[in-house]
Design a protein around this ligand. Structure first.
Ligand code: DBV
Length: 248
């Protein structure tokens, strides 16, 4: 069992228990991708597996699970709400590299500086955030231009010990997902055209940033080549622009 498999298993079974999960199409060739890296006794296999679902309120729920041995494990799990809900994004980037663990967990806001939005989607989870942050200290600098996409409840940490990932980080992951599905359950559709326009603009801003700055791009290119990587990023991981242009 690899490090993030229990996170993925929990997420899927918990979502199944609370949502009407339907499958979401994964483009051909992206469900699972394998590469052999390194030479001789350093040879290793890196497998990237993709998962995707949708519900009436959630446009795309998707996960990318990279498994390449003890020193290379990644679970990137993001939920993109439908464009007629003001829900934040659920964003989890759980990364283990030879240098250590890097954990980013948040409900990423559509409108970072809107106080009413913060009152609705950040304040209710601040006690939960503080409870976890006590055990998971701040992970230090991260790209300044990314700050606008994170909420004040951004859990960002670089645990030294794998056991901390298995216990504290796993507990935080479960709590954030539970709180997120509580928000989803309560969410009512937005109907006014200005509100809808603002949501679409905010989703596109977020999506373009993530597609353009994807910190995994270098890794994926090394394993699977440039063409596969760009198609994976724009055609699956961050696909909103493609989906919008195909219906309009
Ligand atoms: N990150 C992704 C996807 C990944 C992924 C789709 C499927 O968005 C993995 C894989 N993240 C990944 C890897 C690294 C990071 C780092 C492999 C390490 C890159 C490296 O060191 O070579 C949160 N992820 C990071 C970092 C941050 C995040 C802040 C450190 C980047 C840095 O220091 O430059 N989550 C990530 C992020 C946003 C987010 C940037 C922006 C909105 O939601």
């Amino acid at each position: 069992m690899t490090l993030y498999q229990p996170f993925l298993d929990h997420a899927i079974s918990y979502m199944e228990s609370r949502l009407d999960l339907m499958s979401y199409p994964i483009p051909e060739g992206f469900e699972s991708k394998t590469a052999t890296v390194g030479k001789g006794k350093n040879e290793a296999t890196v497998v990237t597996t993709s998962y995707a679902f949708q519900t009436p309120k959630l446009r795309q729920i998707r996960a990318a699970h990279v498994q390449g041995g003890k020193a290379l494990q990644v679970l990137n799990f993001v939920i993109f709400p439908q464009l007629n809900y003001d829900l934040p994004f659920f964003g989890a980037d759980l990364v283990t590299l030879p240098g250590g663990h890097l954990i980013a967990l948040d409900m990423q806001p559509l409108f970072r500086n809107d106080l009413a939005y913060q009152a609705k989607y950040t304040e209710p989870i601040l006690p939960m955030f503080s409870g976890h942050q006590e055990h998971l200290s701040w992970g230090g600098d991260f790209p300044e231009e990314a700050q606008q996409f994170f909420s004040p409840a951004f859990l960002w940490t670089r645990p030294q010990e794998t056991s901390v990932v298995e216990t504290r980080v796993f507990a935080a992951f479960k709590d954030y997902l539970q709180a997120y599905l509580d928000f989803v359950e309560q969410a009512e559709p937005v109907r006014d055209s200005q509100g809808l326009q603002d949501i679409e603009a905010a989703q596109l801003r977020y999506l373009r940033y993530r597609a353009e700055k994807d910190p995994a791009r270098g890794m994926f290119k090394r394993f699977y080549g440039e063409e596969w990587t760009e198609e994976y990023i724009h055609g699956f991981l961050f696909d909103l622009e493609r989906k919008l242009s195909s219906v309009n």
